[in-house]
Write a protein that binds this ligand. Structure first.
Ligand SMILES: Cc1ncc(COP(=O)(O)O)c(C=O)c1O
Length: 369
């Protein structure tokens, strides 16, 4: 459906168009200088030694788990209030996802619930920085260290966010980013994995390129995948990364404007703004509707008026796709309660003040306290 005010929209300037066009004028459309330049810039931005670009965030999660040796017999603690790829990737390496509940304030894994979910089979903790809000990295890191767990960060929604002034994606053994067009930074489709060791980076590069490790195109040292990111995508990403401060500042300004415009709607819960130690990278703007709201009807009304919305997120453990894959998990009351009330409203770099006012006025008219 085409909305007058979309939920998200990429911010592409002439610089991105020029960079992608320049690649098209070369003969190297994959595995060339743009890949190296994008990876180098990503690693430098995060001040980590290695960044490995891949074809999607999902591919990044898959390779991160494989690289860290997670597989059959291993349990991985994940949130259910997340995009489905988070848990799918765990299943797809043959490991068992164990869902843990979230903190209602940050939408992120609650360290207390994570601790309760740890068993002798737990091997990894997969922490998502939901909606660009940093998770409680000190408590979660401490848990991982005390229980000897591998720590993977899913920063797909959170590039540029900080916890205690440190960028998310720099805490984990490996960290994953996604660059789908609704993200703060896009490559069309794409993703990346940050690594601290040369061994991990080499394994990631081999796995993304059909298990190749030598120079001969037809030598395959291990079973791998085609998770490469094209030169066109990397050129786009390189320019977007150079503009990241500007991209994030625009989203922050739009989010602040919404906070001002929506502050007076009775019963409407706004995203957290003054969380200690955290700087949010605004991925989506998610409100929580008052008790008794009919979200489906509200969405239909908004959509009829050309305003897009999204149900960010529907719990993974309740998805039909997961009916036959569920293993033990504790009750997830916060996940289930929050998921019924959330509504993402349009947020993108070039959203105008008038568009935001229209969204806010329409919500004020339709939301029933
Ligand atoms: C938290 C999270 N993890 C993983 C992904 C998967 O990324 P992709 O859509 O690039 O495969 C997303 C996606 O959009 C996401 O929000």
């Amino acid at each position: 459906m085409n909305f007058r005010i979309p939920l998200s929209s990429p911010d592409i300037t002439q610089a991105e168009i020029d960079a992608v066009t320049a690649v098209l004028r070369t003969t190297q459309l994959s595995l060339g200088p743009e890949l190296t330049a994008f990876e180098t810039a990503l690693a430098r931005y995060h001040q980590v030694p290695h960044a490995v670009a891949v074809s999607s965030g999902t591919a990044g999660l898959h390779l991160a788990l494989l690289t860290l040796g997670i597989g059959p017999g291993h349990e991985v603690i994940v949130p259910s209030f997340a995009f489905i790829a988070v848990a799918n990737a765990v299943l797809q390496v043959g490991a068992t996802p164990i869902f843990a509940d979230i903190d209602p304030l940050t939408f992120n894994l609650d360290p207390k619930r994570v601790e309760e979910a740890i068993s002798p089979r737990t091997s990894a903790l997969l922490v998502v920085h939901t909606f660009g809000i940093p998770a409680a990295m000190d408590a979660l890191r401490d848990l991982a260290a005390r229980h000897n767990l591998v720590l993977i960060e899913d920063a797909c929604e959170a590039i540029g966010a900080t916890f205690k002034e440190r960028l998310v994606g720099t805490f984990g053994d490996l960290s994953v980013f996604g660059f789908y067009p609704n993200k703060q930074l896009t490559t069309g489709e794409g993703g990346a994995v940050l690594a601290h060791s040369a061994e991990h980076a080499a394994r990631l590069r081999s796995l993304r390129n059909q298990g190749r490790s030598g120079t001969d195109w037809l030598d395959h040292a291990e079973l791998g995948f085609n998770y490469r990111l094209s030169e066109l995508a990397c050129a786009l990403g390189r320019v977007q990364l150079g503009r990241l401060a500007e991209l994030l500042a625009q989203r922050t300004a739009a989010a602040r404007n919404y906070l001002r415009l929506l502050g007076d709607i009775p019963g409407l819960k706004l995203p957290p703004t003054s969380l200690p130690d955290r700087e949010i990278s605004w991925f989506v703007f998610v409100v929580q509707l008052p008790d008794g709201s009919d979200r489906q009807r509200l969405q239909a009304e908004l959509h009829a008026r050309g305003i897009a919305t999204g149900r960010y997120f529907a719990p993974i453990h309740l998805q039909p796709a997961w009916k036959n894959s569920l293993r033990r998990h504790a009750p997830l009351p916060v996940t289930e309660a929050v998921a019924q009330r959330v509504l993402a409203i349009p947020l993108f770099n070039r959203i105008t003040k008038q568009q935001q006012e229209e969204v806010a006025n329409t919500l004020a008219e339709l939301v029933i306290p």
